[in-house]
Design a protein around this ligand. Structure first.
Ligand SMILES: NC(=O)c1ccc[n+]([C@@H]2O[C@H](COP(=O)([O-])OP(=O)(O)OC[C@H]3O[C@@H](n4cnc5c(N)ncnc54)[C@H](O)[C@@H]3O)[C@@H](O)[C@H]2O)c1
Length: 307
């Protein structure tokens, strides 16, 4: 069975979603919606067989199996709410701009028996899967500390840097630790004249004395996507910008006099967006959605609100 997709929003991120949909043998792009004529023309060149619309409300048939929403964040709620009436929905991160809207969407999905997915791409990456196994197997002992540095991204007008970039860190933490922080401290700044806060320093404390530090900033001449996981017997550095060796494991035998041994593990390098699309195909097929259950989206949004 090939599922029909409508993609709403063909700006910067929309074409990446479209490419991954096209590469999957489970889906095809049925239609593309964008309010911008220019972007629709680009979409037409890339997907000549797809139907094109300026207004998403023109789509109201039940031939659509999945609506993907990749518009600016302030429109996510309204558009997701519309499509959940008759189809499954994948929304770009962040799902919405407040907890109330996230809970309304979750409720609507349950009521209309449709599935709601969010594109938190890193939880579908080979590196985070590898780290998940290290945490669960306790191969290097207990996890003591996590530090994340996520810098450089387009400045947004409708969401601050925490809702835009920090949401990646919070989704990774919620996915890996399956728990919420017991303490949250944060400082947020406008370092240049952006309408929303462009830089954030976040300290979180989880149970078992696990400490987390997150730095997010849109303003940086270089793109940084580094997370350090400190275990009792190793420090694992995850750099999503690295093409192949995204993980470096520095293990040590002696705690007091560290003598690090470097290991470069082989990880699954498939594109996280592709893995997400495959996950969605399987979810629709099997009528299951294991990742997005147990208040996953609501927990993430609650933390974003507290920060
Ligand atoms: N998952 C990720 O790693 C990731 C990366 C980048 C962006 N995003 C998210 O993707 C979303 C889009 O970001 P972007 O950078 O592509 O923005 P963008 O501004 O480049 O593109 C948005 C597109 O939506 C169109 N649009 C606006 N309102 C519309 C409406 N009502 N109906 C139909 N089309 C409409 C615009 O014309 C534009 O083409 C944001 O929510 C952002 O947070 C996610």
């Amino acid at each position: 069975m090939i599922y029909n997709v409508v993609l709403v929003g063909y700006g910067y991120w929309g074409p990446k979603l479209a490419r991954n949909i096209q590469n999957s043998n489970k889906f095809r792009i049925h239609s593309i919606v964008d309010t911008s004529k220019k972007n629709l023309e680009i979409a037409k060149k890339n997907f000549p067989l797809s139907k094109l619309y300026r207004d998403y409300q023109k789509i109201n048939n039940d031939k659509i199996d999945l609506a993907i929403i990749s518009t600016p964040t302030k429109f996510h709620f309204k558009i997701a709410d519309y499509f959940l009436n008759f189809t499954n929905v994948l929304v770009e991160k962040p799902l919405a701009l407040n907890l109330r809207d996230v809970l309304l969407l979750e409720k609507k999905a349950v009521k209309s028996k449709k599935k709601l997915f969010v594109d938190y791409p890193f939880i579908f990456s080979g590196s985070i899967k590898y780290i998940e196994n290290l945490i669960n197997s306790r191969k290097y002992g207990k996890l003591l500390e996590i530090e994340s540095f996520r810098e450089q991204a387009p400045v947004r007008k409708d969401a601050d840097v925490v809702w835009d970039l920090g949401v990646h860190d919070i989704s990774i933490l919620r996915y890996l630790l399956k728990s919420k922080p017991i303490k949250i401290q944060s400082l947020k700044y406008n370092t240049i004249k952006t309408s929303k806060k462009d830089t954030a320093y976040i300290n979180l404390k989880f149970k078992n004395d696990l400490k987390v530090f997150i730095k997010n900033s849109w303003i940086s001449p270089i793109k940084i996507r580094i997370i350090k996981f400190k275990f009792e017997k190793a420090i694992v550095i995850c750099d999503e910008n690295e093409p192949i060796y995204k993980l470096k494991i520095y293990s040590r035998n002696n705690h007091s006099k560290p003598n690090y041994k470097l290991e470069l593990p082989e990880i699954d390098l498939s594109e996280p967006l592709f893995n997400l699309i495959e996950y969605i195909g399987k979810s629709i097929q099997d009528n299951k959605n294991p990742i997005f259950k147990n208040n996953f989206n609501a927990d993430i949004t609650k933390i974003l609100e507290k920060i």
